[in-house]
Design a binder for this molecule. Structure first.
Ligand code: PGA
Length: 248
C-alpha cells in the first residue's frame, strides 16, 4: 500500500497574519490525519512555517528552485537555502512555471536532478492543456514530460520523487477531472514507469491536482492509481485542506 500524500500549494498567496492562522488551524486537525501532509509555501514564509510546525507531523516544501547552487543569480533561491529552513520538498515543473516562465521539459528535468542532489524530494508536475486533451494528445504530452525526466535522472531516482498529474484545464478553474479521466491518466503514467521498472512503478506516489476540493477528494483518492492530491485554492482554508487530508 502506498502512503496517501496531500500537499498544499499556496502559490503567491500569504501574509504573516494569514500564515499564522492557516498553520495553527492545520496543526489543530493534524492528530486525526493519517495522510502525509506537506505545505509548499512562498519563500519568505518558509522560516515562519518552520517555526510554527516544529515537532509536528506537518512537512514543509517550496514551490520552485534555481538550478545553480549559489552565485550571481539575482532574485533566485537555491536548493540549499530551501533546505536551510527545514523544507524537505519542492514543487518542480508546475504548469504555471512551464507556461508563464518558459520552463522547458529540459529545465524541469535539470531542476528535478538538482533537487535530488541536494536531498529535497521533488513534487514533479506534469499535465496536458485543454487543447492537447481535445486533440487526443494527453498521453503523448504526459509521456514526453515523463521521459524528459526519466532520461535525465534515471528510473532508480524515482524512489525519491513524487509525481503530480495536474491537467492544466483543471487548475484553478473549478473544473475537476472526473475520477475516470484522472485514473486513466494515472494508470498510463504508472505504466510508463513500469516499462522501466515494475517495482518502482508500484512504489512511486502519483498525486492528482486540479480543483481538488472537500467535495471531490474522497472519490478521486479512492481510485487505484491516485495516491493523494496537490491542492491549490482549497489549501488556503484550514478546514477545507484538513477535510482533503482526511479523505485518504
Ligand atoms: P487548484 O491548483 O487546486 O487551485 O486547481 C492546483 C495546483 O495548481 O497545484
Amino acid at each position: 500500500m502506498r502512503q496517501i500524500i496531500v500537499a498544499g500549494n499556496w502559490k503567491m498567496n500569504a501574509s504573516k497574519e494569514t500564515v499564522n492562522a492557516l498553520i495553527m488551524g492545520i496543526l489543530e486537525g493534524m492528530p486525526d490525519v493519517k495522510s502525509e501532509v506537506i505545505v509548499c509555501v512562498p519563500y519568505p514564509y518558509l522560516s515562519q512555517v518552520e517555526a510554527l510546525a516544529t515537532h509536528s507531523q506537518l512537512h514543509l516544501g517550496a514551490q520552485d528552485l534555481n538550478i545553480n547552487t549559489s552565485g550571481a543569480f539575482t532574485g533566485e533561491v537555491s536548493a540549499d537555502m530551501i533546505k536551510d529552513f527545514g523544507a524537505e520538498y519542492v514543487v518542480v515543473g508546475h504548469s504555471e512555471r512551464r507556461s508563464l516562465y518558459g520552463e522547458s521539459d529540459e529545465i524541469v528535468a535539470e531542476k528535478v536532478q538538482v533537487a535530488l542532489d541536494s536531498g529535497l524530494t521533488p513534487l514533479f508536475c506534469i499535465g496536458e492543456s485543454l487543447g492537447e486533451r481535445e486533440s487526443n494528445n494527453t498521453q503523448s504530452v504526459v509521456a514526453r514530460q515523463m521521459n524528459a525526466v526519466i532520461d535525465r535522472v534515471g528510473i532508480e531516482a524515482f524512489k525519491g520523487i513524487i509525481i503530480a498529474y495536474e491537467p492544466v484545464w483543471a487548475i484553478g478553474t473549478g473544473v475537476t477531472a472526473t475520477p475516470q479521466q484522472a485514473q486513466e491518466t494515472h494508470a498510463f503514467i504508472r505504466g510508463l514507469l513500469a516499462e522501466n521498472d515494475a517495482d518502482i512503478a508500484q512504489s512511486t506516489p502519483i498525486l492528482y491536482g486540479g480543483s481538488m476540493n472537500p467535495a471531490n477528494a474522497e472519490e478521486l483518492i479512492a481510485c487505484a492509481d491516485i495516491d493523494g492530491g496537490l491542492i491549490g485554492g482549497a489549501s488556503l482554508k484550514s478546514d477545507d485542506f484538513l477535510h482533503i487530508c482526511k479523505a485518504g
